[in-house]
Design a protein around this ligand. Structure first.
Ligand SMILES: [Zn+2]
Length: 326
């Protein structure tokens, strides 16, 4: 499993190629022992479960998922899949360094993009491209901007009630899942049972000479096909229940941990996270402002209903648009 991520994260192979390589080393589905198709490779690469990420919630997931791969590796694979890493650029030291905030932030004075530049060989500075003429915005160190991004993301973590929201979402996703699952399993096992009895009955009829061999062959093979379909469907339900974590819960957890994830990563991974969570990032007079994308805006809206209208520290606050306040 880890190999799949490692191969793919290099950016040198397509999903098809990774699938081929995986089948070559004999990767099979744990239950059906079937060779893993490319569509599964895609699903595997997208599945955060392999990072063991959700075991943070302790009790609920205890013992159910171990980290098979590191989160960094997972994020790198996501970057490749999202086309954020150019495979033609050779990597150094295992992770491509991309400027985290270039192309993400625009200048609050003239609307131009902020671009990155390395000074004295190691300091990254961002500055207005000044395409529209001279701009008063000063150069800013990446660290300074990063601090402000972290502060913005920390609003999600400190949103009162975020923990409750996660727990509630988890509980309801479990309940719905279990209910659906049980209904489907009951229906399918009933169907399989019924088909089995029919096949048995028609076989007896054949033995008794009540029906022709030809009729028996046609009927029983049809029912056997149906039975196989039911078995396949059952298996699909079982596989689906492995991925019971729904997207909403993922997002809530991401919201809670966004700042931490941000702090732990750099470059392309930071950009990936920020692109997911924030929009319209603007830099003006050394102050960052940004909107939260959906559904993160709703998390804040729901949990900070008594929003403090003062915005003395320079962030814009445009009410319903969910611009960041203080
Ligand atoms: Zn500017």
């Amino acid at each position: 499993m880890r190999k799949i991520f490692e191969w793919y994260a290099t950016g040198a192979y397509s999903i098809r190629e990774v699938g081929l390589m995986a089948r070559n080393i004999g990767l099979v589905h744990p239950r059906s022992q079937a060779k893993v198709p490319n569509s599964s490779i895609h699903r595997i690469l997208r599945n955060r479960v392999y990072t063991g990420e959700f075991e943070w919630l302790g009790v609920v997931y205890k013992g159910r998922r171990e980290a098979l791969i590191s989160k960094d590796l997972w994020l790198m694979a996501q970057d490749v899949m999202d086309g954020r890493v150019d495979a033609r650029i050779p990597r150094t030291g295992g992770s491509a360094y991309a400027f985290a905030f270039s192309g993400l932030v625009s200048c609050g004075h003239c609307g131009c993009a902020l671009t990155a530049e390395i000074k004295k060989g190691r300091y990254i500075y961002y500055h207005c491209t000044q395409y529209k003429g001279k701009c008063p915005e000063k150069y800013v160190r990446e660290e300074v901007m990063a601090e402000q991004f972290a502060a913005i993301l920390s609003r999600l973590k400190s949103a009162p009630g975020i923990h409750d929201l996660i727990v509630r979402a988890l509980k309801s996703s479990f309940a719905t899942e279990r209910e659906e699952h049980e209904l489907a399993v009951t229906r399918l096992t009933g169907e399989i049972d019924r088909l089995g009895k029919r096949i048995e009955a028609v076989y007896t009829d054949k033995l008794d000479g009540k029906i022709s061999a030809e009729y028996y062959k046609r009927a029983s093979s049809q029912w056997q096909d149906e039975m196989r379909r039911c078995h396949d469907e059952l298996r699909r339900y079982q596989e689906a229940s492995e991925a019971y974590m729904n997207e909403g819960v993922d997002l809530l957890i991401l919201a809670r941990d966004a700042e931490e994830i941000f702090q732990k990563h750099e470059g392309a991974s930071r950009k990936r996270l920020l692109n997911l969570v924030l929009a319209n990032c603007t830099w003006k007079d050394a102050q960052l402002s940004a909107n939260f994308r959906k559904p993160f805006d709703l998390i804040l809206e729901n949990t900070t209903s008594q929003h403090d209208p003062k915005s003395g520290d320079g962030y814009d606050d445009a009410g319903k648009e969910n611009w960041l306040g203080n």
